[in-house]
Design a protein around this ligand. Sequence first.
Ligand code: HEM
Length: 331
Amino acid sequence: MTKHFIPLDRAVSFVDPPDHARVRSVVAPYFTQRGIDRHRIRAHQLMEERCRELEAVGAPADLVRHVISPFALGMISEVMGIPAGDQPQIRAWAQTILTRASDDAQALRAEEAKQAARAYFSSLAAQRRAEPREDVMSALVAAVDAGRIDEEELLALATLMGLNGWHAVCNNVTNMMFVLLTQPQLRDWLHRHPGQILPAVDELLRWIPHKHGVGQPRVATEDVEVGGVLIREGEFVYVSYVAANWDERVYPDPGRIDFERKGLPHVAFGFGPHACVGPLLARMEAEILVNTLTGRFPTMRLAVPSENVAWQTDVLIRGPVDLPVTWSPSR
Ligand code: HEM
């Protein structure tokens, strides 16, 4: 997918069973429905702060800068235990590392950012070792101390979750808002069905082609037949969840967004042992962002023609650079 490698070498994405489950099991309890629900009240508080800032700035304003990006960063930081003052630095590292390096100078900058993020999480781990809290960083430290994982596994997982947890939600929800702002019939549907936000979020996750690349290759460890195709030991397989989500044998008329679609779940979060760690967190964030923005700013619309919205071209997950919006004050 890229000439220069994106995640840290020991990241969970590259680990096979049984080590893979050993590492993931440390953080899994924090991403269950119960684990995520603990953050719901704080999520609403953060969203309220973001809406107030948007209102204070006034129309037109950039929805990514004032609402979606800081909210997504605030939420993953809340779960991980990253202090507010460190969050801008996390975002800067994520943007550098998750942007495809097109030359050696950029690759070097990304490598430096990876090392800086690694050092940062190492020092945060030391703080949590001295003073544990109810957060993922403290759980990772406790697992190192109990001999369940080693320090390198802690650093690779913390970096992956801290950086991707912002990047993925920020870009996916910005995509969702772009879709809703350019297809008013979908917003009308949401207003008419206020209790149906989660199925709507899932249909948007299915429909949005979120990745620039097809993802990480899998390597067959033995001959295996999948869907009538023989894959020989050592061969590479690129699994495109984006293509799978538009498979017309599974989702009739896949290019149409249908909030009443019934049937098989989508695979935007992957499938199998390596499926995403954070779907419930991502869904809760998307639900609160979309629900609050469409409910509180019913007249919100793009402040520029949709074709003038600029898209990031070199990042891992697609998304607009910014989303200039305007609205009429409603209260
Ligand atoms: C809408 C937002 C998100 C989407 C669409 C998304 C999607 C994905 C996908 C497609 C994968 C790869 C699955 C595979 O290799 O088969 C993945 C992996 C992963 N995601 Fe997410 N993700 C999102 C948000 C998050 C968040 C908020 C976190 C924070 C914890 C997170 C943490 C991870 C981790 C740690 C992995 C690696 C899992 C493994 O290899 O075992 N993701 N995600």
